[in-house]
Structure formats: structure tokens, C-alpha cells
Write a protein that binds this ligand. Structure first.
Ligand code: FPP
Length: 248
């Protein structure tokens, strides 16, 4: 589709877009290449989509870069993914600066190799004053683990009389999730034709619009992002209310 045909209302952008970037392995397999070739190409899509989101004026973009479950992949593949992350963080700092992007991370990042943690810390610090798009990388992330972590923290505080049981509400839970400063997800995109959530942001997607596309992640472009946003803007978000109530 010609990009010019896709109409996006910039006043009605989703405030928070989250993406499950899937299909790198299949993209490589279709070309009889090793899986890591697909990941490398996938990293190029990350760059394009991040720039496109920043250009549009999207405020929050969260990418599922490495799940808890991904640790079970062959050692060599995990190693390559970590290498790709380090080089992306090193190489993309100028792009983040140029586009006023602030980097953030969620997940059990302490489980990541030391060089990934260091690079991450550096880029997060170097971009902390930027006021544009907040780019959050989910690394060693699992939603159930995140919820478990929040429940533990809250339980400790209740036990030590820092908060009372009656005060445990949605707001308190939000504040104890890794995403504590981010708004709920408005639009969740998953590529590659899989129609699953795979332990991603379970709490935060309660009212998200879900968008599934058959495109494999390395094929996902700026135009694909625009299509997803245009689709989102066609939907009526009722949050449990009736259409009539929304119209008022
Ligand atoms: C899924 O494809 C993708 C991942 C496991 C991780 C995503 C990683 C990247 C896009 C590369 C680097 C990331 C950044 C942030 C620079 P898959 O391997 O599950 O594909 P398959 O389902 O076809 O096997």
C-alpha cells in the first residue's frame, strides 16, 4: 500500500504502543539462512520503526526484545541476540539523541550479561533528559514474573506497616510494576501471524486494542506501523460503556 493512502489523525495517536516482534527465524528460514541472519535484519526494523514512531509523535513505544522464555533458546542464538543488543545500543545513541528519544528498560535486567547491563545503563543515563518518545525495551521480561515481583514488594510493605491492606488498589499495583511510570498500552501489535500474548504486559493491556499482522518482523516497515495505527483509529474504544455513552 502506498504510504500516502494511509490516513493518520495525529491528534488521536495511541499514547502507548507495544510490539511483539515475531518472525525473525522464519524470515531467515525462507531464505535458507541461519536464524541469526533474521535477528540482524530484525534489528534494522527496530531502527526504522522507532524512528517512525518518534517522527509521528508517539509518546511511548515498548518492544519485547527478549523474553524470560527466550533464555531457553540455543546458547549460540542467545549469545548473538545479546551481541546485537550491545551493538544496537552503542550504534543507536546518536539516533536517539537526534530524535529526542529517552531509553528505558523493563524486566529482570539483572539477568542480562554485564556488558548489556552496562551499555543499557549508559544509554539510559545519556538520554534521560530527552523529552520525546520513551522507548522501553523489555529484556528478560515476563509479565507473570513482573506481577509476582510487584506482589512480593507490596506484601513486604504491608507486613512492615508501610501500606495497609485496604490501600492496595490498582494505583498501588501499577506503582509496583516495572512499567510504573508508563501509561496503559493502547495498541498491541504482534507480527508473523501468531495470535498470542506470550506473557507480555498482561496487566497493562487490559483495555488495549490488539493488532495482528502476517508480516514477519524483518518485513515490518514504517508503512506497516502507519497501517496498524490507522486500524486502531477506526476502532471504537468503549471501556465497558455503550456506543451512545461514548458519543456523548
Ligand atoms: C522473534 O523472532 C524475535 C526475538 C526473539 C527477539 C527480537 C529481537 C530483535 C528484533 C533483534 C534485536 C533487538 C533490538 C532491540 C535491537 P523469532 O526468532 O521468534 O522468530 P520465529 O518465530 O520465526 O522463530
Amino acid at each position: 500500500m502506498n504510504q500516502g493512502e494511509i490516513k493518520i489523525d495525529k491528534e488521536m495517536l495511541p499514547e502507548h504502543i507495544a510490539i511483539i516482534m515475531d518472525g525473525n527465524g522464519r524470515w531467515a528460514k525462507q531464505r535458507s539462512r541461519p536464524r541469526v541472519f533474521g535477528h540482524r535484519e530484525g534489528a534494522k526494523s527496530v531502527r526504522k520503526v522507532v524512528e517512525a514512531a518518534a517522527r509521528l509523535g508517539v509518546k511511548n513505544l515498548t518492544l519485547y526484545a527478549f523474553s524470560m522464555e527466550n533464555w531457553n533458546r540455543p546458547k549460540q542464538e542467545v549469545k548473538t541476540l545479546m551481541k546485537l543488543l550491545v551493538s544496537a545500543l552503542k550504534n543507536e545513541l546518536p539516533l536517539m539523541r537526534k530524535n529526542n528519544i529517552r531509553l528505558n528498560s523493563i524486566g529482570h535486567t539483572h539477568a542480562m550479561p554485564g556488558n548489556v547491563q552496562n551499555e543499557l545503563k549508559e544509554v539510559i543515563a545519556a538520554t534521560s533528559d530527552n523529552t520525546g518518545l520513551i522507548l522501553t525495551l523489555a529484556l528478560s521480561y515476563g509479565a507473570r514474573q513482573e506481577i509476582q515481583h510487584a506482589i512480593r514488594e507490596i506484601s513486604h510493605k504491608v507486613k512492615n506497616n508501610i501500606i495497609s491492606v485496604e490501600n492496595v488498589d490498582e494505583d498501588i499495583i501499577n506503582k509496583h510494576l516495572y512499567t510504573q511510570n508508563l501509561p496503559d498500552v493502547d495498541l498491541l501489535i504482534r507480527t508473523s501471524g501468531e495470535v498470542r500474548i506470550s506473557n507480555f504486559l498482561l496487566w497493562q493491556i487490559a483495555y488495549a486494542e490488539l493488532y495482528f499482522t502476517d508480516e514477519l518482523w524483518p518485513d515490518f516497515t514504517e508503512t506497516s506501523l502507519h497501517k496498524a495505527i490507522a486500524d486502531f483509529q477506526q476502532r471504537e474504544r468503549r471501556f465497558g460503556k455503550t456506543s451512545e455513552q461514548i458519543a456523548k
